[in-house]
Design a protein around this ligand. Structure first.
Ligand code: KG4
Ligand code: ZN
Length: 339
């Protein structure tokens, strides 16, 4: 009999449902929440209300597109955390209710591990190139920045992380200063392509070992722009491309300094990137260049699975299903969830 996993993601501002059959992705439906754009960041209360509105239509759409009847689902995998508690509660409660009514197992998934697992998502007739284990993964999302040794699908070790802001937050906060809507990372990426990354220099943090810090950079960028605007109120408009290229290069350089150190310390040269910021073309191109220089074997996730989606939750859920790692109805979501 086929193993059919329904994946549910609701950790932040995307409501998503995916259907995976015998390890092959059939559908991945996502409802984004435009409501946050004008606030310059995700408003937790609005996010949970939107999840509440979207979750049933999104799941219905995913099942219909996959031509799967709910009676055929083998198990439900949902994001337990980390994330916004009100958002997580919607996905968790929905998953518990549906699993109970269908009398099928429930699987909890760590959102960050799922971003890493996204490398293994397979569609019909498409076999992705996947890293050999153990490998190093640079996980860069809106809420987290981590260096992770992946020993197995469900066995991962964090060897470095940010002590304050995440790389995605640095992109988004600098983008906000430049006047872009939220999330601003993709706007910086797009405009950076037309600029000279060497135009402006921003100092890099001095943080011990394999940890990261991005809050100082964000503040330095804010003060720099504020001071330049005092001298010339058109400063941003006149220099937008160079500003985007320069701040993007600084963030990428910070990410690579520690990635290179991690490779030196672990001796692992199989490298993957994951999370929303791994969609960044500057980061991807730099990784390709570094790989050629340093003889790394690299793995870039497909663009569509870099940002939040339920396909990665279903994929992680599939491995947990095979390992029979199920949870009971007493499970609760965790806003902070280490692995
Ligand atoms: O992984 P994700 O979808 O959500 C979290 O789990 O946080 O990541 C969202 C983050 C946002 O900060 C967004 O600006 C960033 O990923 N992002 C990008 C790009 N696409 C998404 N940052 C830079 N360049 C991009 N192309
Ligand atoms: Zn995410």
């Amino acid at each position: 009999m086929s193993i059919i996993i329904l994946g549910i993601e609701s950790s932040c501002d995307d409501t998503s449902a995916a259907v995976l059959k015998d390890g092959i992705l059939l559908t991945n439906s996502i409802a984004n929440q435009d409501v946050h754009k004008k606030y310059g960041g995700v408003v937790p209360e609005l996010a949970s209300r939107a999840h509440q509105q979207n979750i049933i239509p999104v799941v219905d759409m995913a099942l219909k597109a996959a031509k799967v009847n709910k009676s055929e689902i083998s198990a439900i995998a949902f994001t337990r955390g980390p994330g916004l508690l009100g958002s997580l509660l919607v996905g968790t409660s929905f998953s518990k209710g549906l699993a109970l009514s269908l009398d099928i197992p429930l699987i909890e998934v760590n959102h960050l591990q799922a971003h890493i697992i996204a490398t293994y998502i397979r569609e019909e007739n498409i076999k992705p190139k996947t890293p050999g284990m153990p490998y190093l993964c640079l996980l860069v999302s809106g809420g987290h920045t981590q260096l992770v040794i992946v020993n197995d699908y469900l066995d991962m070790e964090i060897i470095g992380k940010t002590i304050d802001d995440a790389a995605g937050e640095a992109f988004d906060k600098c983008a906000k200063v430049l006047g872009f809507p939220f999330p601003g990372g993709p706007y910086i990426d797009k405009n950076a392509k037309l600029g000279n990354p060497e135009t402006y220099k921003f100092s890099k943090p001095k943080i011990a070992k394999l940890d990261y810090s991005f809050s100082g950079l964000k503040t330095a960028f804010l003060y720099f722009i504020r001071d330049e605007l005092k001298k010339n109120k058109d400063f941003i408009n006149k220099n937008l491309y160079n500003l985007c290229a320069s701040i993007q290069k600084t963030i990428i350089d910070i990410l690579f300094d520690k990635l290179i150190l991690a490779v030196e310390e672990t001796g692992i040269t199989e490298i993957a990137i994951a999370g929303g910021v791994s969609a960044n073309e500057g980061l991807r191109n730099s990784l390709i260049i570094k790989a050629l220089e340093r003889k790394w074997n690299i793995f870039l996730p497909e663009f569509k699975y870099t940002t939040d989606n339920a396909a990665m939750i279903a994929q992680a859920g599939y491995y947990k299903y095979l390992a029979k790692k199920f949870v009971s109805q007493s499970i609760i979501p965790l806003a902070r969830y280490n692995y």
